[in-house]
Design a protein around this ligand. Structure first.
Ligand code: NDP
Ligand code: OXD
Length: 309
């Protein structure tokens, strides 16, 4: 019985140490050196190679080393009945809330304009509206989105939130369902997306969404790059419908050097760093889930495969 670490981008070392200490009976392997494939019972995965997990005949569960599971579920070879677990918070919530606040303040305090002015030694104070006149819309009110919404509200921004099913959050006006999306977007001076990537949310930030947002509003995307239709966003920025965007996630990562987002004067690019998984913060949850599965108890973060998150 072994545990297989499946990721080309993440460092297995801290996970190897944690597993050795907490689950000494389970040998830790790193893909592609999986040992006997039939021995692998659990996979710790982050962007695994497509087809890799399907080669493990006795796999009991995939434990994704992040909150988003799209890179695992998108593998067409993944067995339909294989349990997939995601991280629930595990240290991701606070940095995501901090990034969202940074992005909203960046636009509300005109930081981009001042950086452009500084490049030309221009001393020119600009009009600055207070947070109370900057309604922010948060797409996704799950583990991360609800704290993002609350953090923004605590900083004086009127906050609205949008989710698939109805929610009640103190001090936050909530909207649910696709039919309420346009109404939600219509009064959001900044839209912050913290959605998971699913068949329903892919391409949701498109020309129709940008047309529903107020003239001169802003987009912050910390969910997934495939939510954005890149050409529609560039067109909305170039026409002035949107005044700026801060983007942490992209359809292709790393963002190709030739992509227009890199050089667009009103786009801020960060390299998927809003909340990287920190092994030390996530290990306890992963280990506890393996223990629960071994005891036949329900784990946390079980993904609903039919919903896609
Ligand atoms: P959750 O599953 O806890 O929350 C997802 C939220 O999105 C829920 O409120 C859900 O609605 C809502 N949602 C899902 N589908 C739809 C839909 N079709 N229409 C409207 N709302 C929808 O996820 P987390 O909060 O833990 O994480 C969210 C995402 O953040 C991750 O999937 C990942 O993509 C991204 N992420 C990015 C990071 C980064 O560094 N940039 C780091 C960590 C996460 P409902 O409540 O009704 O189910
Ligand atoms: C995640 C991420 O989903 O880091 O956890 O993007």
């Amino acid at each position: 019985m072994s545990i297989l670490f499946c990721s080309d981008s993440e460092d297995p070392a801290p996970w190897r140490d944690a597993i050795a200490q907490a689950l000494p009976g389970m040998p830790f392997r790193v893909w592609p050196d999986a040992g006997a494939l039939e021995d692998v019972r659990y996979a710790l995965a982050w962007r695994p190679q497509p087809g890799a997990l399907a080669r493990l005949p006795n796999l009991r569960a995939v434990l994704v080393l992040g909150a988003g599971v799209d890179s695992v579920l998108s593998d067409p070879a993944l067995p339909l009945d294989l349990p997939v677990l995601r991280l629930v918070d595990a240290g991701l919530v606070e940095p995501m809330a901090a990034y969202a606040l940074l992005a909203v303040l960046y636009f509300q305090r005109r930081a981009g304009a001042y950086l452009r002015q500084q490049a030309h030694a221009v001393w020119q104070p600009r009009e600055q509206l207070p947070p109370a006149r900057w309604p922010v819309g948060v797409m996704g009110l799950g583990t991360i989105g609800r704290v993002v919404a609350q953090r923004l509200a605590a900083n004086g921004f009127p906050v609205r939130g949008w989710s698939r099913t109805p929610k009640h959050l103190d001090g936050i006006e909530t909207f649910a369902g696709r039919e309420r999306l346009a109404a939600f977007l219509a009064q959001s001076r900044v839209v912050v997306s913290v959605l998971p990537l699913t068949a329903q949310t892919a391409g949701i930030l498109d020309a129709t969404a940008f047309a529903a947002m107020p003239e001169g509003s802003y987009l912050v995307n910390i969910g997934r790059g495939d939510h954005v239709v890149d050409g529609d966003l560039l067109a909305a920025l170039d026409s002035g419908r949107l005044a700026g965007a801060m983007l942490d996630v992209f359809r292709e990562e790393p963002l190709p050097a030739a992509h227009p987002f890199w050089r667009h004067p009103r786009v801020v690019v960060t390299p998927h760093v809003a909340a990287p998984t920190v092994a030390a913060d996530a290990q306890a949850q992963v280990v506890e889930n393996i223990r629960r599965l071994e005891r036949g108890e329900p784990p946390t973060g079980l993904v609903d495969r039919s919903r896609g998150y």
